[in-house]
Design a protein around this ligand. Structure first.
Ligand SMILES: [Fe+2]
Length: 183
């Protein structure tokens, strides 16, 4: 898979102004897909154990990542409408696009791999984005986007991606339960 295929799957990529960020995001997905032997990113499931538990059969990771990117961008734009906040929209979009890239290493189809089992989500993502030449601010967005690590968002960009991810994940869970406290 080359960079252009990543832009086909994630059209939001082209909205990143900073060329090194844009290429780094594309490289992270390209490398991850190559390492995982994934030909088409659209075939990768969102979160196998949760999908099995909730009886959700078809939920592509790509759709979730696009939801998170759209939600993050909307939040960033809303914040910037009335406030001169210390916020890079490029970092928000790039962070949203790579926040779950480690899932390609954590699962093989619906099965958990040694990376997923021994490292958990999303520690390996830090390695993936760093190897792709992305800055530490992007690694921080990845590491702090979930309660599965002890690292909390230190930046507004990381906070936005975390909240957008929570909302997007809740939107998936809400298709399976009436009360989100049960999911
Ligand atoms: Fe996510």
């Amino acid at each position: 898979m080359d960079r252009s295929r990543v832009a086909e799957v994630f059209p939001e990529l082209t909205s990143i102004d900073d060329q090194s960020l844009r290429e780094g995001v594309a490289d992270a997905w390209t490398t991850a897909a190559g390492d995982a032997g994934v030909e088409d990113l659209r075939t990768v499931p969102w979160l196998p154990p949760t999908m099995a538990e909730l009886g959700i059969e078809d939920e592509p990771l790509v759709e979730h990542v696009r939801d998170v990117t759209a939600g993050s961008l909307a939040l960033a734009e809303a914040v910037l409408t009335r406030r001169d906040a210390p916020l890079s929209v490029d970092t928000v979009v790039a962070g949203a696009l790579v926040h779950d890239v480690s899932k390609l290493y954590e699962f093989n189809g619906m099965d958990r791999t040694a990376v997923g089992d021994l490292l958990g989500h999303p520690y390996y993502g830090v390695h993936v984005v760093s190897r792709a030449g992305l800055p530490v601010e992007l690694a921080h967005v990845v590491l702090s986007h979930t309660r599965r690590t002890a690292v909390k968002p230190a930046t507004l960009e990381a906070e936005i991606v975390r909240r957008a991810d929570e909302a997007a994940a809740a939107a998936i869970r809400a298709t399976a339960v009436e009360d989100l406290r049960e999911a």
